[in-house]
Write a protein that binds this ligand. Structure first.
Ligand code: AMP
Length: 217
């Protein structure tokens, strides 16, 4: 499948993407994960992105499009991809449209996961992430804690609170989402690709996406 997952930070895009990858071998592409990996590795991209990310701001569109142009042409994307956290702005969505046309790729669906702002705030402040950049498993101290406190079940690395998940950065990220990313909902509605899902559980979101893809197949 080839799809975009839209939704505010904390809406569950990453969790849904991970469940979907198990269905047909499509790869999850998270620009946030790629950027965090680059920051930790100290690459040129990481150095350029770091300050924006810590402040809860978006990284400039040209940097993101550079990443995605390369990533979408890697061989593992041939089976399909789940875009998680990209596009984030109208210019990124427009550039993606041009890029996909050039590559001869058609999207199946753009799923917008709707979660009330209060629930998002609740989830983000209690979210914890595996610090190993090739794992980045997600936990929640209330609803899904690791078996041993502070230790990743999957790879044994420390589980941490992200730098951009302080109250201040979270509030900034949500403002940025409503200002810059929420307009994509209308953009993809007009493209005829939008599916709105408001299921509280990730499994419900996955079911709705599968049904839509099956109906469109
Ligand atoms: P995420 O893990 O998707 O919430 O992303 C974490 C941070 O990475 C965001 O707050 C942005 O600073 C940056 N980021 C991730 N994806 C994008 C994108 N598509 N465009 C701009 N900045 C991004």
């Amino acid at each position: 499948m080839r799809l975009i997952l839209l939704g505010a930070p904390g809406a569950g895009k990453g969790t849904v993407a991970k469940l979907l990858t198990q269905i047909d071998g499509s790869v999850q592409i998270s620009t946030g994960d790629i950027l965090r990996g680059a920051v930790q590795a100290g690459t040129e991209l990481g150095k350029q992105a770091d300050a924006y990310m810590k402040a809860g701001d978006l990284v400039p569109d040209d940097l993101i499009m550079g990443i995605m142009e390369t990533r979408l042409q890697e061989p593992d994307c041939a089976k399909g991809f789940l875009l998680d956290g990209f596009p984030r702005t109208i210019p990124q969505a427009e550039a993606l449209k041009v890029l996909l046309n050039k590559l001869g790729i058609k999207l199946d669906v753009v799923a917008n996961i709707e979660v009330p702002r209060e629930e998002i705030l609740n989830r983000l402040t209690t979210r914890r992430t595996c610090s190993n950049t090739s794992c980045q498993a997600i936990y929640n101290v209330r609803s899904n804690p690791p078996k041993v406190a502070g230790v990743c079940d999957k790879c044994g690395s420390p589980v941490i609170q992200r730098d951009d998940e302080t109250d201040e950065a979270i509030s900034k990220r949500l403002d940025t989402y409503f200002e810059k990313t929420a307009p994509l909902i209308e953009f993809y509605r007009q493209e005829g690709l939008l599916l709105v899902v408001d299921s509280p559980a990730s499994e419900g979101v996955v079911d709705a996406i599968q049904q839509r893809i099956a109906a469109g197949a």
